[in-house]
Design a protein around this ligand. Structure first.
Ligand code: AHR
Length: 506
């Protein structure tokens, strides 16, 4: 007997719009994320456009990436942007102290990043250096990027080959200032934020959306102090939360795990909802109009590095489990789209929960990539609430650490979300079955929605740890879904075990 879930899709009471930026990305100077992953240089035998590899770019373009965060992460607070402009062979070589102490040749700098964004058709989100930088340095970067005046920084940009300023909306003032970005207390950082932000000017019609460094996981005091002391001076406040099954440091294998670990990982992913609620409640006290956006600019799974890889490079494989983690996150983000206006998965290529892995000239798309691709239809859609009435639970006998012998707390076996696209009224429903052994029959009553046809795709596999390799790059990829029927305003979907399904109702 499959698990049975019943739900109502309330089309007559739409919720907030899913900001396109909920599907944002993050690329840091870390391991092979930028170098090799995105940037190979113009002289590389790997086909490229002005140094950016064509195969990766084409794959990423298919995701309709709305926004890309750069240059870090921890790297942002040791990055001095003037090292990354001018003739590449003259740029200084520095040490990337956070990530493997490798030499950073600065060949990928401001112009290369902005070119990447233009090639991707996405908005840049630049994170400035508070930890080891200076106010003047940040002030001048903003001027270099966005000013059309005849001014020292705009003229320097012109000298380096870019006549017109770029449009840069999203600007972060420091990263993890409570940790790798300077080990600050929230009171101190709030003042630093106010000082740095004062000198980040709006030039030549460019309007900055100013993002303050937010809390680590459940540091609610950080959110409280930042909102109280600097809420009026910011447009967005960030939050970082990684899915670490057994906490810090990351020690679990990305590919070798049993069912209790599968269950534990998914339950940790679901913790994102609690964090958004509780940080959001604090923000509501100071900002009841929800003017300040919650920006979850680092999220995703963090496992032990792939055996044989450089530990500081954070290279990990990506399985069907990661796909389920991504689907759960998006459903949570949709539910909180009134406050959460941008998220950035960590990270795009070759680092942590990546979309793409590369090996020299070869590349593969991960199961997580396919969730981004299947869910892109949700971008910009209006949420239609899905009320799960009979929601089956999924539990396992013991938790993965073996610390307890009793059953781990049950989690919902089924997750669902729906949005309506403004342009054509098409409704997209996405569903996930978390249970690795049982299929799930979902009966969705369509309230005030007269759809006639349903079609869709499914992402699943026969093993929890199914993943793509360079020899079998398409082992896990979406297939046409034939398990859905629509009659008398009732949609029935038979979800295979451990699956993600994306449906279109027209
Ligand atoms: O994404 C990897 C690192 O995780 C980032 O550099 C940092 O901000 C976070 O701790």
């Amino acid at each position: 007997m499959p698990l049975a879930a019943s739900a109502t899709l309330r089309a007559a009471t739409p919720g907030p719009v899913v900001h396109r930026n909920l599907y944002g990305h993050f690329a840091e100077h870390l391991g092979r994320g930028i170098y090799e992953g995105l940037w190979v240089g113009p002289d590389s035998p790997i086909p490229n456009t002005r140094g950016i590899r064509d195969d990766v770019l084409a794959a990423l373009k298919a995701l309709d990436i709305p926004v890309l965060r750069w240059p870090g992460g921890c790297f942002a607070d040791e990055y001095h942007w003037k090292d990354g402009i001018g003739p590449r062979e003259q740029r200084p070589r520095i040490l990337n102290t956070h990530w493997g102490a490798v030499v950073e040749n600065n060949h990928f700098g401001t112009h290369e990043f902005m070119d990447l964004c233009e090639q991707l058709g996405c908005e840049p989100y630049i994170c400035g250096n508070v930890g080891s930088g200076e106010v003047r340095e940040m002030m001048e970067w903003v001027e270099y990027l966005t000013s059309d005046a005849s001014s020292p920084m705009a003229d320097l940009r012109r000298k380096n080959g870019r006549e017109k300023p770029w449009r840069v909306r999203y600007f972060g003032v420091g990263n993890e200032s409570w940790g790798c970005g300077g080990s600050m207390r929230p009171e101190y950082y709030a003042d630093e934020y106010r000082r740095y932000n004062t000198f980040c000017k709006n030039h030549s019609g460019n309007q900055l959306y100013r993002i303050a460094c937010g809390a680590n996981v459940d540091d609610y005091r950080w959110t409280e102090v930042l909102m109280r002391e600097a809420g009026r001076n910011m447009d967005g406040l960030s939050l970082h939360y990684y899915t670490l099954p057994t906490g810090w440091p990351p020690k679990e294998s990305a590919t070798q795990f049993d069912e209790p670990m599968w269950h534990l990982t998914l339950s940790k992913a679901l913790h994102m909802e609690t964090l958004i609620r509780r940080h959001g409640a604090i923000m509501d006290v100071h900002d009841p109009e929800k003017r300040v956006g919650m920006i979850i600019d680092e999220w995703g799974t963090w496992f032990a590095p792939e055996p044989g890889s450089t530990p500081g490079f954070l290279y990990q494989q990506n399985t069907l489990r990661d796909a389920l983690v991504a689907a759960l996150h998006f459903h949570i983000f949709h539910r909180h789209a009134d406050r959460v206006v941008m998220t950035n998965i960590a990270q795009t290529v070759n680092v942590l929960q990546a979309m793409i892995l590369t090996d020299g000239p070869r590349m593969l798309r991960t199961p997580t990539y396919w969730v981004f691709e299947m869910f892109k239809a949700h971008q910009g859609g209006t949420t239609l609430p899905v009320d799960l009435h009979d929601a089956p639970a999924y539990s396992v006998e013991a938790d993965a650490s073996g610390a307890t012998t009793g059953p781990a707390a049950p989690i919902p076996a089924v997750s669902a979300s729906a949005t309506r696209r403004a342009a054509d009224g098409v409704v997209h429903v996405s569903l996930a079955n978390l249970h690795p052994r049982e299929s799930a029959r979902v009966e969705l009553r369509l309230d005030q929605l007269a759809a006639k046809r349903v079609s869709g795709r499914v992402l699943t596999a026969s093993a929890m740890n199914a993943h793509n390799t360079f020899d079998a790059p398409d082992a896990v990829r979406p297939a046409r879904f034939t398990g859905a029927t629509l009659a008398d305003r009732v949609l029935v979907a038979e979800l295979p075990p451990m699956s993600v399904v994306a449906l279109e109702l027209a």
